[in-house]
Unconditional design. Structure first.
Length: 403
């Protein structure tokens, strides 16, 4: 058996074992037919992307077990099939096309990012009427007029920006500098931060963009330093975060830095030397934006239940900001109960109801606010907290060094 067929066989076998026996389904569905979930992720990608994908997949698998223990999706047992897309959009589309053309067409599609995967797969999902949840928002992924069966799990740049502005105001800042990458997310986040800060009565003294392929952000930082902001709002992911921190250090600039969730998802800031910079002067002034669920709290019962479910199945390799897919199946189960069906259009309509969202008992994000005009979580600023870099244990900050 060649490697490709072997991988397919292993994936299919694992999915069947997870599915178990079938339950009752909606009208027109074989009662023994499972509710098929396809999740793709860059499991064979390099560096942090692989760890993030592994956590995304683990969250979906843990959620499937928990939902199956409560009766599945409208009586149908969940079957999860995991496919490695290597973090490559072309591979993701190819794998999705294969699944759509097979006898086991997925009922639900989940991804693990990055946003290039979302951009590539959403048209195909819409064409084939497949419900999807997306962890990597694009400019129009939450627009139901374009993608009526897609729901973004990750808060939008606007949601994140409002959280940063609320924290900056609480700290008493009246002026701030902004630096962001040239990525699709960074170019959206930069203007969003400026709008949010202005609305909060905070002056943005400068808004600089750096090339994500650059090894030195000194010119942009010098332009901001000259305007003497009280703090710096920072966007970055992966290697660029390291280069940005090095550039700040070389300037000797002693300025508070407020990193976005992408910074928190960069293992460099949660790893001690030589792999990272945790505990060094480079992160002494850095705090990063995370969800409350990503900051350890022994009293957060629902979150701790999720962590236990995930840890039972495997190692949580990245922080829980990558665990959105745990919430996805809880939302689908609540929608199916409301709709009395697993028809994707019926599920989408139910997902737009506040009562359904409230009944899902989600963990990563406490409250989703999907509407008929925006399939975005519209997260409240209260969903976010700022933490100092620390060792991440079981997907959460607040354990060990840096706390």
């Amino acid at each position: 058996m060649n490697r490709r067929l072997l991988a397919y066989a292993v994936t299919t076998t694992a999915a069947v074992l997870l599915a178990g026996c079938g339950g009752g389904g909606s009208a027109g569905t074989n009662q023994q037919e499972p509710y098929r979930v396809l999740i793709t992720g860059g499991l064979s990608a390099q560096g942090v992307l692989a760890a993030n994908a592994a956590t995304s997949v683990l969250a979906a698998q843990a959620s499937a077990e928990d939902v199956n223990a409560k009766g599945g999706i409208n009586g149908r047992r969940i079957e999860v099939t995991v496919v490695d897309d290597a973090g490559d959009a072309t591979q993701a589309v190819t794998k999705l096309r294969e699944a759509v053309a097979s006898s086991a067409k997925p009922d639900l599609y989940l991804n693990s990012g990055p946003s290039t995967i979302s951009t590539a797969t959403l048209p195909l999902l819409t064409q084939n009427k497949i419900l999807s949840f997306n962890v990597a928002p694009t400019k129009d992924s939450a627009d139901p007029t374009k993608f009526p069966l897609n729901f973004d799990l990750s808060p939008s740049p606007d949601d994140q920006a409002k959280g940063v502005a609320a924290e900056a105001k609480a700290r008493g800042y009246t002026s701030i500098g902004v630096i962001h990458g040239s990525s699709a997310f960074g170019e959206t986040w930069g203007p969003a931060i400026e709008r949010a800060m202005t609305a909060a009565g905070i002056t943005v003294v400068g808004n600089e963009e750096y090339d994500v392929a650059s090894l030195d952000m000194t010119p942009q930082l010098q332009a901001l330093q000259a305007k003497q902001p009280q703090a710096l709002a920072v966007d970055g992911y992966g290697a660029p975060v390291g280069y940005l921190l090095q550039s700040v250090s070389r300037l000797g600039w002693n300025v508070p830095m407020m990193g976005d969730p992408s910074v928190s998802a960069t293992s460099l800031v949660t790893s001690e030397p030589p792999a990272g910079v945790l505990g060094t002067p480079q992160v002494a002034n850095l705090t990063t934006q995370v969800y409350k669920s990503t900051s350890y709290d022994p009293a957060a019962t629902r979150v701790n239940e999720m962590v236990a479910s995930m840890a039972k199945l495997g190692q949580i390799k990245a922080n829980l900001i990558l665990a959105y897919n745990y919430d996805a199946l809880l939302l689908v189960a609540a929608a199916a109960k409301d709709a009395g069906s697993t028809d994707p259009t019926a599920l989408a309509k139910s997902l737009e109801k506040p009562a359904v969202q409230d009944s899902a008992d989600t963990a990563v994000i406490k409250a989703y606010h999907f509407t008929g005009t925006a399939h975005s979580p519209n997260a409240d600023p209260a969903e976010f907290v700022f933490v100092r870099p620390s060792v991440v244990k079981d997907g959460q900050f607040g354990h060990g060094a840096g706390t």
